[in-house]
Design a protein around this ligand. Structure first.
Ligand code: OGA
Ligand code: NI
Length: 362
C-alpha cells in the first residue's frame, strides 16, 4: 500500500465530543452526569465472578522452550478455542520499558487540556490523535473515556505530528514498545498458525508488514459510575490485540457464555485477545471475544491497547487450509470493505461479523 494512503487498520471518522477528563473534574460526588453518558444497560449485567473462574495464563517462555513447547502450545490452542483471551506472562518485553511507557502515558494525560489538544484528531480519516472514536451521530450515547490513537507500524504510516514531544522519552518508548510487540506478535502468529494446521509461512505472508495501531484509553472516575460505560461492548476488528494496564486499576470485562466477567490482570502480564479477522480466518475455530470497560467512582484507569492486523489481505474469508473439505462458516468480503463497515458503525458487540455470517445464509 502506498505511503500516504489511509491504512484500512485505522480508517474512520468520528464526531467531536466533550473531553471526559475535563468533564469528570468539573463534577463533585453529588453531581448528576449529562444524559448522553447515562447507559441503562450498564447497571443490570455486572457479574464479576473472577473468584470462581481462573483466567487463562499463557507462559511465553514455556511456549518457546523446546521441552515445554508442545504442552504450552496445546494449552494455547484450547485457550483460543474456549476463551479467545489470555494473559501472557514471561513475554520478554523489558519491564524497564513498560514502566517507562506507563510513566510517560500518565504524565501525558496529566498535562493541561490545551497542551494535549495540540495533538487532537484532525478528521483526516485515520482517527489518529487525541479525541474519541466511533461517535457517528449526535444522539448516540457516549463512552466515559478519552482516547489517544497513533498508527505505529508500518513505520512509513507514522504521522509524527500526533506523537507527543513531551514527556521527552514518550516517542522513543512508544517506538521501542511497538517493536517489542511486533516481535511478540510474529512469534505468537507462528504458534497460532501451527495450532490451526496452517503453515506458519501463510501467516507470515498475511501479517508481513505488521500493521499496528496503539490506542491509549483514559477512563476518569465518575460520581455515577454504575450508570456509565468506559468503552462499549465490542470485539476488536484486528488479528489480535495486546493490552497493557498503565496503572493498577482494573476495569476490563469480557463476555463469556453470555456473562460479563471481570478481568483482574496479573501485575506484569500482557492481555491478549483475538479479533474478528482471526475469527474469520480460522473459520470460527477461534472466536473474537466481546469486551468492555467499566468505571469506578474514585480512581482513574488508563490502558494501552495495541491492535495487530493483517496487511497482505485482499479478501477476508476463512483460510482454505483451515476449511479443508469442510464448509466455510463465513462469507467473503474485501478487507477494505470490512474495515470500512467496522468504523462506520458505533461499537456494538459483534454486529459486523454477524453480517458476514448472514452473507453465507443468503
Ligand atoms: C479497546 C479496549 C479495553 C480497556 O481499546 O479496544 O477494548 O480495558 N479497551 O481499555
Ligand atoms: Ni477492544
Amino acid at each position: 500500500m502506498a505511503t500516504g494512503e489511509v491504512h484500512s487498520q485505522c480508517a474512520g471518522y468520528t464526531l467531536p465530543v466533550p473531553n471526559v477528563q475535563r468533564l469528570a473534574t468539573s463534577l463533585d460526588k453529588s453531581s448528576q452526569i449529562p444524559e448522553r453518558y447515562v447507559r441503562p444497560e450498564a447497571e443490570v449485567n455486572v457479574i464479576a465472578r473472577t473468584s470462581e473462574i481462573e483466567l487463562p495464563v499463557i507462559d511465553l517462555a514455556k511456549l518457546i522452550h523446546p521441552e515445554f513447547s508442545k504442552e504450552e502450545a496445546a494449552k494455547l490452542h484450547l485457550t483460543c478455542q474456549e476463551w479467545s483471551f489470555f494473559q501472557l506472562v514471561n513475554h520478554g518485553v523489558p519491564e524497564e520499558l513498560t514502566e517507562g511507557l506507563k510513566a510517560d502515558t500518565v504524565e501525558f494525560f496529566n498535562k493541561p487540556l490545551e497542551e494535549k489538544m495540540a495533538y487532537k484528531q484532525d478528521n483526516d480519516g485515520t482517527l489518529q490523535g487525541y479525541g474519541q472514536a466511533f461517535v457517528l451521530s449526535e444522539e448516540q450515547k457516549l463512552d466515559w473515556c478519552d482516547m489517544f490513537y497513533v498508527m505505529t507500524r508500518p513505520t512509513a504510516f507514522r504521522n509524527m505530528k500526533f506523537w507527543p514531544t513531551s514527556p521527552s522519552t514518550f516517542r522513543d518508548n512508544i517506538d521501542r514498545y511497538s517493536l517489542e510487540l511486533t516481535k511478540l506478535a510474529s512469534c505468537l502468529w507462528q504458534y497460532i498458525a501451527r495450532n490451526l494446521g496452517v503453515a506458519p509461512e501463510v501467516f507470515v505472508q498475511l501479517f508481513k508488514d505488521h500493521p499496528q495501531g496503539m490506542r491509549f484509553n483514559y477512563y476518569p472516575p465518575c460520581p455515577e459510575a454504575d450508570k456509565v460505560i468506559g468503552i462499549s461492548p465490542h470485539s476488536d476488528a484486528t488479528g489480535f490485540s495486546i493490552l497493557l494496564q498503565i496503572n493498577d486499576e482494573q476495569g476490563l470485562q469480557i463476555r463469556k457464555d453470555g456473562e460479563w466477567i471481570a478481568v483482574n490482570a496479573l501485575p506484569n502480564a500482557l492481555i491478549v485477545n483475538l479479533g474478528d479477522v482471526t475469527e474469520v480466518l480460522s473459520n470460527g475455530i477461534y472466536k473474537s471475544i466481546e469486551h468492555r470497560a467499566t468505571i469506578n467512582t474514585e480512581t482513574t484507569r488508563i490502558s494501552l491497547v495495541a491492535f495487530h492486523g493483517p496487511d497482505n489481505l485482499d479478501m477476508l474469508q476463512p483460510l482454505p487450509e483451515v476449511v479443508g473439505d469442510g464448509k466455510p462458516n463465513y462469507g467473503s468480503m474485501s478487507y477494505q470493505e470490512f474495515m470500512k463497515a467496522y468504523f462506520e458503525k458505533k461499537l456494538e458487540g459483534k454486529s459486523i461479523l454477524d453480517m458476514l455470517k448472514i452473507l453465507i445464509r443468503n
